[in-house]
Design a protein around this ligand. Structure first.
Ligand code: DER
Length: 218
């Protein structure tokens, strides 16, 4: 599909940021998968990768790329991952793939966060994509009620448990006028593990693939 072509182009452009002997932080999703598959060509030159999900870890191992524990490698120079939505301020909505907690951890531990996406992900205001919120199971209803108070419509992601054993609420129709403030507000709610707004720690570079090639925002 065209979208797949554009995701591949963005992933290809992200390879520029990978240097010899690096340990690279890697995200989750179809765009990150293209990056993993392209990274395989640099296998002998990088030290390894830190994965943000078991799925990505398996894909890396399948290419013979060493998967390392974040606690064993300290701060990372680079994190490459996709997004569900992005603004020109490099604020993101992530979590469509359900890996938002580990993605936020590895992004926080990384010097440079390079986000790769097809250009349809670029929006004027976040929130058309339902906001993923990872919650401790016993807090599902409590957090759901707080989302209603914020004007959102929470829906439990059916039959899904995160790598951390938690649940995900997808919150529809939230008006996210100030992503940094909304991220802080939802983070405070008891039972919330991670909210899929990446604004306090936004991307540093946004690479968008499209019919006219690749566009880089920073
Ligand atoms: O779940 C996530 O945060 C993924 O990065 C997701 O947002 C991007 O998925 P895609 O690359 O398949 O569009």
């Amino acid at each position: 599909s065209d979208s797949d072509t554009y995701k591949k182009a963005a992933a290809e452009a992200a390879l520029e940021y990978v240097k010899d002997d690096m340990v690279v932080g890697i995200g989750t999703g179809s765009t990150a998968n293209h990056f993993i598959d392209l990274l395989a060509a640099m296998k002998g030159r990088i030290e390894g990768a830190v994965a943000s999900s078991e799925v990505s870890a398996e894909r890396l191992r399948g290419h013979g790329i060493p998967v390392l524990d974040l606690n064993a490698v300290g701060p990372l120079p680079l994190y490459v991952d996709g997004a569900d939505e992005a603004t020109e301020h490099l604020h993101l909505i992530k979590g469509g793939g359900g890996a938002l907690t580990r993605e936020k951890i590895v992004a926080a531990a990384s010097e440079q966060f390079v986000c790769i996406a097809d250009e349809t992900k670029l929006v004027g205001q976040l929130g058309a994509f339902p906001l993923p919120v990872e919650v401790i199971p016993m807090a599902r209803s409590h957090v759901g009620r707080q989302m209603l108070k914020l004007g959102g419509q929470p829906e439990l992601r059916p039959g899904f448990t995160t790598d951390n054993g938690n649940l995900i609420l997808d919150v529809f129709n939230l008006e996210i006028l100030n992503p940094v403030e909304m991220e802080k507000q939802i983070n405070q709610i008891a039972g919330v593990v991670t909210v899929g707004i990446f604004a306090q720690r936004p991307a540093d570079v946004l690479i968008l693939g499209g019919p006219k090639g690749v566009r880089v925002l920073s």
